[in-house]
Write a protein that binds this ligand. Structure first.
Ligand SMILES: *[C@@H]1O[C@H](CO)[C@@H](O)[C@H](O)[C@H]1NC(C)=O
Length: 356
């Protein structure tokens, strides 16, 4: 065989391989899935939140803390301005967002907030606010003291570590300790694309405290949202390309051991937990391909899924809300408080609805 023939055959093989990988990727992204509208009563957009509301966490009396303005490689962003944090009181029917004032010592110009989590000290009720931040595309964790009365955040410290290289979401476990998910294995943007294409399940969960940093779960198909049961004995993890939620048991040494996996049939992003019932509320991408290749004429949809009785033999997985992108696009989180549902998005608006 001539060299040319061999080269042509190899090229054809590579093309077939990549074509096949592309089909697999589209399947993982549920690329062509269309969602039927499944709306809730009394929905309205939160005026003033127009540049995403990627993650939300709700304090015990219904004050939601929201991260906005995420800039993430390969994803849409409608604003060049730095990211911000807002609060919205879910107990107040006006639902007016108020910017969280961040105290001295923190670089506001490069703020690019992503996943957030709070830890409340049982003794003095201090609220520690943990924020995943990507200044200049880096990954680090910021710890603040959140002052509810003043709606302000006192900057405490920044945590950088070589195991925290592609952090997506965080679960605060103490004033200085947390779990964090890395959503990619590679750091380089081109290699990241390849990672999606090939379908590597190489992502991890990391445990951090000042004395010890370690990988506690590995081999995940794009680890994303992370949260815990109200008693903190179990961790819930969204394995976005696996279309499932993993339940893991927290060991004394903070290692995580797998308990079960619950199929959700969608690409679920962040996980919020109702502290009174233990229900999981998930912001999900029914067709993530449309999130990655944003087209305003054919926008990504939105799906909110609730899981009840996750620790029982038969967890109940229920779609609570769905939209085809006309009302809300690219939902990444849903928080429930009393009868209110607050839905956040990666780069678009936020929506509040009633749930009976
Ligand atoms: C979404 O659904 C509405 C109502 O069913 C329909 O009018 C609209 O064309 C749909 N939009 C898209 C982008 O599919």
């Amino acid at each position: 065989m001539g060299k040319l023939v061999v080269a042509a055959a190899l090229t054809a093989l590579v093309a077939v391989f990549l074509g096949e990988r592309l089909v697999a990727l589209r399947k993982r992204c549920l690329a062509s899935r269309e969602v039927a509208q499944n709306h809730l009563p009394n929905c309205h957009h939160i005026k003033g939140l127009e540049y995403g509301s990627e993650d939300i966490t709700v304090l015990p009396h219904g004050l939601a803390i929201i991260s906005t303005g995420l800039k993430y490689p390969g994803l849409m962003s409608f604003s060049d301005a730095p990211g911000k944090m807002y609060t919205v009181d879910l107990g107040d029917p006006r639902m007016k967002p108020v910017e969280v004032r961040i105290g001295r010592g923190f670089d506001l110009d490069s703020f690019n907030p992503h996943g957030i989590s709070v830890y409340i000290d049982e003794k003095d009720h201090s609220v520690y606010l943990f924020v995943v931040n990507h200044p200049q595309g880096k990954s680090q964790v910021e710890i603040f003291r959140f002052m509810e009365e003043e709606n302000s955040a006192v900057y405490l410290k920044t945590i950088q570590h070589n195991l925290l290289y592609s952090v997506n979401d965080i679960l605060a476990m103490g004033p200085e300790s947390f779990y964090a998910t890395n959503d990619h294995y590679f750091v380089n943007d081109i290699l990241k694309q390849l990672e999606h294409l090939i379908g590597l399940a190489w992502t991890e969960v990391v445990f951090y405290n000042p004395e010890e940093v370690k990988v506690v779960a590995r081999g995940l198909a794009m680890a994303n949202g992370i949260n815990s049961s109200p008693d903190r004995r179990h961790v819930y993890l969204a394995e976005i390309y696996g279309h499932n939620i993993l339940v893991l048991a927290v060991q004394e040494n903070k290692e995580l051991t797998p308990v079960k996996s619950v199929a959700v049939g969608s690409l679920c992003d962040n996980i919020e937990v109702d502290q009174s019932t233990g229900d999981l509320w998930l912001g999900c991408h029914p067709n993530a391909w449309k999130v990655a290749s944003y087209n305003p004429v054919d926008p990504p949809g939105c799906e909110v899924i609730q899981i009840q009785d996750i620790h029982s033999e038969k967890p109940v997985v229920k779609q609570v809300y769905a939209d085809n992108g006309t009302v809300i696009q690219g939902c990444s989180v849903a928080s429930f408080y009393k009868n209110k549902l607050l839905i956040g998005t990666v780069f678009q608006k936020a929506l509040a609805c009633d749930v009976k």
